[in-house]
Ligand binder design. Sequence first.
Ligand code: SF4
Ligand code: ZN
Length: 375
Amino acid sequence: MPPSKCQLCLTSRAILKRPKTSQQVCKACFFWVFEEEVHNTIVQADLFQKGDRVAIGASGGKDSTVLAHIMKTLNDRYDYGLDLFLLSIDEGITGYRDDSLETVKRNQVQYDLPLKILSYDELYGWTMDRIVETVGRKNNCTFCGVFRRQALDRGAAQLGVDHIVTGHNADDIAETVLMNIMRGDIARLARCTDIVTKGEDSIRRSKPFKYAYEKEIVMYAYFKRLDYFSTECIYSPDAYRGHARVFLKDLEAIRPSSIIDIIKSGETFVLAGEVKKGMKAQQTCLRCGYISSNDLCKACALLEGLEGGLNHKALKSTQKDTGLTEGHRVIPFFERRPAKSIALDREKAAASASASASAAEPDVVVRVEGLSVLG
Ligand code: SF4
Ligand code: ZN
């Protein structure tokens, strides 16, 4: 049987089958269609304005590495007029994050983007290694997720950026929809498919890969020979998410559109009036000034528990009001300089890159099976 022709250009030989659409395409058409779909997502959601300073949450993993590559490519191709930065968070995980940050430092040179690295140690006085020593491996990802979210906002404020983009892909979002349904977490269900969420002050967060399939991100990285880090975190990721992931992969194997279908379902959920009433108003943390629905933000509540050695209390206090005690040294959020007042030039950012280490979006286990690369 003669080799199949690409179903898009009808000229070149097809070398892969797109996981998202099952189309057989050539390499050039795959790159083009993948990039155009991300561009369409960006344009349709009106994500950026000309002149925006945008930080790319960079962990060195496949998603954020492909995101950095695509953001740079589209910014040049379509003249978005964005000032791009790499922003990494160093959780302090020896043998994992220190290695992945080396990848980010190489990406900084490869993509010629300034890099800012912020560590949990400098922000909170704790590394994940020490947290795991203290709380064990059961709830470590709860601490890590809460700290990372704040750390990204703080890093973005220090860079004076308007916007953070993260490499969350369609699989991540569909998993989150499933998890929120299974947990009955209505508040999160209502916002987990938003492509843009508002961070602290004017810092927006968005997900340009909202509709990009993980398998296609891996294919893109593979065929472009991008430099990324593929080892998993040494502290086991959220087991519950792992189950949602396996379930989603099973659904995808039967019907590839399942991922997009679940996202579309999530987008069309509407909150009923009485559920809305039960949701708490936002205020600011009495200790550090970060946005919070309680007197203490989640990070400060967790830090109080860590320093008091009461881990179960720390975990509970992320869900309810907490009394104040003296203690930890979290950097007050309100002490940061306002966005845009900081003129961090590329040289300064590049110099800061060599200083320490870091990472960005929540890590999820990456097991990509059944990639269809035609012979
Ligand atoms: Fe942090 Fe992710 Fe490791 Fe959990 S799996 S400790 S969230 S880096
Ligand atoms: Zn083609």
